[in-house]
Design a protein around this ligand. Structure first.
Ligand code: SAM
Length: 317
C-alpha cells in the first residue's frame, strides 16, 4: 500500500465524521444547522453512535465557547485536521468570533473540497468574512480572521507553520489548538513535533483533544481491527493508551495543567442533566452496555501551558 492511498483513506474519515454529525444533528441531538451542506449521502446512525457524537460535539463546543467568551482578547483557534467541521460557522453565526483569528488546516484534498462547498452554499458563504479570498487554486481560503490552510501535519514545521505565520498567526496571543480524532492517526514522532513546536513557540496555548484510548482490552482490539480492515491505522494509540498517559503527554512537556476524562465520565458528569433528559426523549437507548464500552474508549484531554487567561478559567470536568 502506498503512502498516498493510505492518506486517501485517512482523508475519507472526514466524511465519516460529517455523516455521523449530520445524523445526530438531523435528529435534534445538537444544533448544527450547517453540517448537512457537507454530506451528500446522509445516513442514520444507531442511537449509541448518535449519543457518542453528541458528547463529542458537546465537549469540543464547550471548550471553544469557554475560550472564545473569556475576557482575554485577542485570541486564536487552530483546528488541526479540521475536516468538514462546522464549528467556525456555528460560532460565527452566534457572534462569538469577534477578535478571534480562526485557522483550520487539513490535507489539500480536504481543504479544497471544503472551500468549494463553502463557496457554493449561500448560508456558509454568508458567514465568511467580507474580505475573504480564495487562494492556491481553490485549495485555501484567506482572510485576516478566518483561514483554511492546506498542509500535511506530518510536515508541520515545513508545511503548516509557515502558512500560519504568513496568515497572521501570532505566537504571543492566547491560542487554543483542537485535535478531534486527528493526532491519533499520526505516528507519535510527527504529533510530538507539533506539540513540541507549540510548547517552544506559543507562550500561552492550550489544547483540547478527543481521541481513542485503551487499545489493549477486547473492545480496544476489536476497534483497532475494524479500522485496520478499512485500511486505517491508529498510529498514536499505543504511545498514549490511557488517561494517565494522555495527561503525561502535556505535563511531561512542562504544561501546567493537563486533565483527561473518558467519554463515560464526560457523559455522566459534564453533560447537563436536562440535556441528558432531552436527548433521551429523541431516541431510546437500550444498549447501555455497548454505549459504555464504546465511551470507555474515547477521551477528551484538556491541557494548557501557562495558567494565564483564558485557560485558567476553563475546565472540562
Ligand atoms: N476534526 C474533524 C472532525 O472531527 O470532524 C475531522 C476528523 S477526521 C476523523 C480526521 C481528519 O484529520 C481528516 O480530515 C484527515 O484528512 C485529517 N488528517 C489526518 N492526518 C493528517 C495529516 N497528516 N495532515 C493533515 N490532515 C490530516
Amino acid at each position: 500500500v502506498t503512502e498516498s492511498s493510505d492518506d486517501a483513506i485517512v482523508q475519507g474519515t472526514s466524511n465519516d465524521a460529517a455523516v455521523s454529525r449530520e445524523s445526530a444533528a438531523r435528529l435534534g441531538y445538537m444544533a448544527d444547522r450547517y453540517i448537512h451542506n457537507f454530506v451528500r449521502q446522509p445516513q442514520r446512525r444507531p442511537p449509541l453512535i448518535n449519543r457518542g457524537t453528541y458528547c463529542r460535539f458537546h465537549g469540543i463546543q464547550s471548550a471553544l465557547r469557554q475560550f472564545t467568551e473569556s475576557e482575554a482578547e485577542p485570541k486564536q483557534v487552530v483546528v488541526l485536521g479540521a475536516g468538514l467541521d462546522t464549528a467556525y460557522f456555528i460560532l460565527k453565526s452566534e457572534g462569538l468570533l469577534n477578535n478571534v483569528r480562526y485557522f483550520e488546516t487539513d490535507f489539500e484534498e480536504i481543504t479544497a473540497k471544503k472551500a468549494s462547498t463553502v463557496y457554493r452554499k449561500r448560508e456558509l458563504k454568508a458567514l465568511l468574512p467580507p474580505d475573504i479570498k480564495v487562494a492556491r487554486g481553490g485549495a485555501e481560503l484567506h482572510s485576516p480572521s478566518y483561514n483554511l490552510l492546506a498542509g500535511d501535519l506530518r510536515a508541520f514545521e515545513a508545511q503548516v507553520v509557515p502558512k500560519l505565520m504568513e496568515r497572521g498567526f501570532q505566537t504571543d496571543v492566547p491560542t487554543l489548538f483542537i485535535s478531534e480524532c486527528v493526532l491519533i492517526y499520526l505516528d507519535p514522532k510527527y504529533s510530538d513535533r507539533i506539540l513540541d513546536w507549540a510548547t517552544d513557540n506559543v507562550l500561552n496555548c492550550g489544547i483540547i483533544t478527543y481521541e481513542q484510548i485503551l487499545p489493549g482490552d477486547r473492545f480496544g482490539k476489536m476497534m483497532i481491527e475494524n479500522l485496520r480492515a478499512r485500511g486505517l491505522e491508529l498510529r498514536g494509540l499505543h504511545a498514549h493508551p490511557t488517561l494517565e498517559s494522555m495527561e503525561k503527554r502535556f505535563s511531561g512537556r512542562g504544561w501546567q495543567f493537563s486533565k483527561a476524562v473518558d467519554l463515560v465520565d464526560y457523559h455522566d458528569q459534564c453533560v447537563e442533566k436536562n440535556e441528558l433528559d432531552r436527548i433521551a426523549r429523541i431516541e431510546f437507548l437500550d444498549e447501555w452496555e455497548e454505549f459504555t464500552l464504546l465511551a470507555q474508549h474515547y477521551a477528551f484531554t484538556f491541557a494548557y501551558r501557562t495558567s494565564s487567561l483564558p485557560f485558567s478559567a476553563m475546565h472540562i470536568v
